[in-house]
Design a protein around this ligand. Structure first.
Ligand code: URA
Ligand code: SF4
Length: 217
C-alpha cells in the first residue's frame, strides 16, 4: 500500500542547478518551493539568514506568525529572547546564521484572526531537509545549535532527548565539528511563572556560554 509517507516528494527539484549555489541563490530558489503542502499555508518561504561563513548556525523548528509576515527567521518574541541570550553569553549576533528545520509557517485558525502554531510532521521536515543541507554545506559552521525537540530530532535522530542531553557538545555527527542541543526559546516564553522563566532563561544562557567556548571566542 502506498501512503503519503512513502511519496518521495521533497524540495530537491527546487534547488538551484549549479554545484555550489550561494546563500542568496538558495534563498531565491526556496521562494518558489512547492516541496510539500506547506507552501500553500504560509505567506512566504522564510529562509535562513546570516553571514555566508558564519561560525555558528542556530536551527529552530519553523517560522512563527511574525516571521511568516516578515519573511525573516527569529524576528518575533522567540527571536528577541534569543538575541538577548546571545548578548548575555557574549556571542556577536551579527556573526550568527539562523534558520529553521522547516521553512514555511504551519498553523491552524484560532479565535478571530489568530493563527496558532502547529508542529510540522516528519514528512514535512524530511521534505524541507534539502534546504537545510544546502545551507549547512554553504555556511559550514563550526558549531550547530539545535533549538528544541523538532530540530534536535531532525538532526540527531528520533531517540534524541533534549531534556537529557542539552548543553553538551556532540562530536562526530558528520554535520559540523560540534553540535549542541538546547531548548527552544519559545518554550522559555511558555514557562508557567516568572521564577521558572528566569531559571530557564539562565540555563539557556549557560548553554550559549558553552557554545561561545566551542567557538573559541
Ligand atoms: N521559532 C522558530 O523555531 N523559528 C523562528 O524563526 C521563529 C520562532
Ligand atoms: Fe518547500 Fe520547505 Fe516550504 Fe515545504 S516547508 S514548501 S519543503 S520550503
Amino acid at each position: 500500500m502506498t501512503t503519503t509517507e512513502d511519496v518521495p516528494w521533497d524540495a530537491t527539484q527546487f534547488l538551484p542547478h549549479e554545484a555550489e549555489p550561494t546563500l542568496e541563490r538558495l534563498k531565491d530558489a526556496a521562494a518558489t518551493c512547492h516541496g510539500c503542502d506547506l507552501y500553500a499555508l504560509g505567506t512566504q518561504t522564510v529562509f535562513g539568514e546570516g553571514p555566508p561563513r558564519a561560525e555558528v548556525m542556530f536551527i529552530g523548528e519553523q517560522p512563527g506568525d511574525q516571521e511568516d509576515r516578515a519573511g525573516r527567521p527569529f524576528v518575533g518574541p522567540a527571536g528577541r529572547l534569543l538575541d538577548e541570550a546571545l548578548d548575555e553569553a557574549g556571542i556577536d549576533r551579527t556573526r550568527v546564521y539562523v534558520t529553521n528545520a522547516v521553512k514555511h509557517f504551519k498553523w491552524t485558525a484560532g479565535k478571530g484572526k489568530r493563527r496558532i502554531h502547529s508542529k510540522p510532521n516528519a514528512r514535512e521536515i524530511r521534505a524541507c531537509r534539502p534546504w537545510l543541507d544546502a545551507e549547512l554545506e554553504d555556511v559550514a559552521p563550526r558549531v550547530i545549535v539545535v533549538l528544541g525537540a523538532t530540530a534536535a530530532q531532525a538532526l540527531l535522530g528520533a531517540s534524541f532527548r533534549v531534556t537529557q542531553q542539552r548543553g553538551r557538545a556532540i562530536e562526530n555527527t558528520g554535520l559540523a565539528p560540534f553540535v549542541l542541543a538546547t531548548v527552544h526559546p519559545a518554550s522559555i516564553l511558555r514557562a508557567p511563572d516568572p521564577e521558572t522563566r528566569e531559571s530557564e532563561q539562565r540555563a539557556f544562557v549557560e548553554d550559549l556560554r558553552t557554545v561561545k567556548h566551542l567557538l573559541g571566542q
